[in-house]
Design a protein around this ligand. Structure first.
Ligand code: SF4
Length: 324
């Protein structure tokens, strides 16, 4: 990953992780700043242009770091469902990504005060076992070589048996560990969706091979058919995808599978539409229900049922989770 500029909060300079990251990025221009928001929250940024020339901001996260899972996200039946935000923005560039409507900038922020995240988790664990999606606002696995954040969450899981961590990815990592409370969640999308809407992500064949390797090594693996996108010929595309995965991976060895059609907060969608006037996904005529933009209900149901039925040929329905 090439960054055009590296911004470093002055107070972040004292953290060992800052030194480790900078050590991996020789010959870069470092600009010291007071607060990450001075750069990240600047007015009138061109998020599209920034994505082409992404900068990295190294910062310290104050205030809330762990959040309750949003209703549009799947809890997989877990009661204490949280997500953590230890990085903001992503090296990948999915056209449908809600981050485009959530953040004013496409630059990436990496927080280096991981010991504070550890304290937060330990505090919440006092209330009972918790499930943390650590890779929602980014792709921690894709960035792990630089930031080590995925390794941090794995270590957290190893040290806390009552913590269940999900690491979701569109990369194709080589997973050799089999930590019983870490779930590697691979997003599975048909080739047409990957090439049309998931820029810079790993090709679907590579994701399937990586998932197969992880399963063989005993890792907990989740398949996420999420978001299901209504492309022309979507039925055939998803049928081929499920067949291809089932050919290479024994579904009975998967932890579970999620199915979810595209949905996004209507507020984020409005911001995405402004920033991306040519985006096919942003300008689809969704319906708004309870503040969430989604496919029209019949169409949404048809898509979820169709994909769920395909998957149910390979794994029990009790292991398939849908978002509504
Ligand atoms: S991989 Fe996930 S977080 Fe990254 S751009 Fe795509 S949808 Fe967004």
């Amino acid at each position: 990953m090439r960054f055009t500029h590296i911004y470093v909060e002055e107070r972040a300079g004292n953290y060992p992780l800052t030194g480790e990251i900078l050590g991996k990025l020789p010959n870069v221009n470092i600009i010291y700043i007071n607060h990450y928001k001075d750069v990240f929250d600047r007015k009138r940024q061109n998020a599209v242009l920034q994505k082409e020339h992404q900068s990295l901001i190294i910062a310290v996260r104050e205030g809330s770091r762990i959040f309750r899972g949003a209703p549009v996200c799947q809890s997989f039946g877990q009661k204490n469902f949280y997500y953590a935000s230890s990085m903001m923005n992503c090296p990948f560039d999915c056209e449908y990504c809600y981050l485009k409507g959530m953040y004013p900038s496409s630059n990436m922020v990496v927080f280096v005060n991981l010991e504070d995240y550890e304290k937060d988790v330990e505090e919440k664990l006092k209330e009972g076992p918790m499930y943390v999606c650590a890779s929602y606002d980014t792709d921690l696995i894709a960035m792990n070589g630089l930031t080590g954040h995925a390794d941090f969450w794995k270590k957290m899981a190893l040290n806390h048996s009552d913590l269940l961590v999900e690491l979701r990815t569109k990369a194709a990592p080589e997973i050799k560990d089999d930590i019983s409370n870490v779930i590697y969640a691979f997003t599975m999308s048909p080739e047409e969706v990957v090439s049309g809407f998931e820029r810079n992500t790993a090709p679907i064949k590579a994701r399937i091979s990586a998932a197969s390797y992880a399963v063989r090594n005993g890792a907990k693996v989740r398949f996420c058919f999420d978001p299901v996108i209504r492309i022309p010929g979507w039925q055939d595309a998803y049928k081929r995808l499920v067949e291809e995965t089932a050919c290479l991976i024994d579904y009975s060895k998967l932890t579970d599978v999620s199915v979810g059609t595209f949905r996004i907060s209507s507020d984020y969608l409005n911001k995405m539409r402004k920033a991306y006037p040519g985006s096919e996904t942003a300008w689809y005529p969704y319906v708004i229900k309870d503040g969430v933009a989604q496919y029209e209900p019949d169409c949404d149901r048809q898509m979820q049922e169709f994909v769920t039925d395909l998957i149910a040929d390979h794994i029990g329905r009790e292991k398939i989770f849908t978002w509504n």
